[in-house]
Design a protein around this ligand. Structure first.
Ligand code: 4AZ
Length: 286
């Protein structure tokens, strides 16, 4: 049981919501730490690259079907977490889901603001490892372009934005308390890039997962507090105006000694074929 609860804590909102044996309230041990995720509401104009992934068919319409976050890296390309669009979460391969959409330009999920865009293609990183969580990203191609103003640049390897101590901001519609309180307005939290050994020590392997510095990025506050949480997965961590991470996993939310773990965007760039990150993809999805 302990093991399965620990697994549940590093799964997206989506999987938690679809698991009957461990419903959302299975996240209770996190709330028992009385953590506060330490964010604040923002307007979408303050982080216009933040998008919501939605499937009303799969997750219900009360929060516009939101189940994960994503980030626009070109007018027709959105990055998200691989674990958000894995078949076990969606119940079908992402490319076969008719109502899988990206919601852009919307602060409040309950409003009709912005646009809902269908997908032309969804590709999970073929090197994604669901056991270690390494390579946790997927590339979504949109059926219609976003405004250029919604696009954020990806920080290349060696960018000083990856340096420990750098201030960054994470945004999403996920759990704001660690206890299953899902936001309907967009929230953000200020976190700091942390040294790899902090996460290596926090996550040496075992129940909570293993930190791999080549494909993951460690961020949060050493003392706990501001952090991403369930439902934020796939969303952006931005520093100095550039995308450095995608929300991926962690042990609980905002706990001292358990920083947030993000997909390292320089590793995404290294893995992607150059064409896949470009503004246009000429081929049609399957
Ligand atoms: C999740 O389950 C999740 N505190 C995302 C981020 C973090 C923990 C869990 C980091 O989607």
């Amino acid at each position: 049981m302990r093991r399965s609860i620990a697994r549940a804590l590093i799964r997206p909102l989506a999987l938690a919501a679809t698991m009957t044996a461990i419903p959302l309230m299975g996240a209770a041990p996190v709330a028992a730490d009385s953590v506060v995720v330490g964010g604040f509401p923002i307007e979408i104009s303050q982080a216009p690259w933040t998008v919501a992934l939605s499937s009303r068919d799969r997750f219900g319409g009360t929060r516009a079907g939101q189940f994960c976050g994503g980030v626009a890296v070109s007018r027709t390309t959105v990055l998200t977490a691989a674990h958000c669009v894995a078949e076990e979460v969606l119940g079908a391969p992402a490319n076969q889901m008719r109502d899988l959409k990206v919601i852009a330009g919307r602060t409040d999920l309950l409003s009709g603001e912005g646009e809902e865009i269908a997908l032309k293609d969804a590709r999970v990183n073929p090197h994604y490892d669901a056991v270690t969580n390494s390579g946790d990203f997927a590339v979504l191609t949109l059926a219609a372009p976003l405004p250029q103003s919604a696009v954020v640049a990806m920080a290349p390897a060696g960018d000083p934005a990856y340096t420990a101590g750098t201030q960054a901001m994470v945004s999403g519609w996920g759990d704001t308390t660690g206890g299953g309180t899902y936001a309907h307005r967009l929230h953000a939290a200020r976190v700091r890039v942390l040294a790899d050994d902090l996460c290596a020590r926090a996550y040496p392997g075992g129940l909570d997962g293993v930190y791999r510095a080549d494909s993951m990025l460690c961020a949060g506050e050493v003392a706990g507090g501001p952090d991403a949480c369930q439902g934020d997965s796939g969303g952006p961590l931005v520093a100095s105006g550039r995308l450095i991470g995608l929300v991926s996993w962690g042990s609980g939310c905002g706990r001292p000694g358990s920083p947030g773990v993000y997909t390292r965007v320089s590793d995404v760039l290294r893995t992607l074929k150059p064409a896949a990150a470009g503004p246009q993809r000429p081929h049609k999805g399957s």
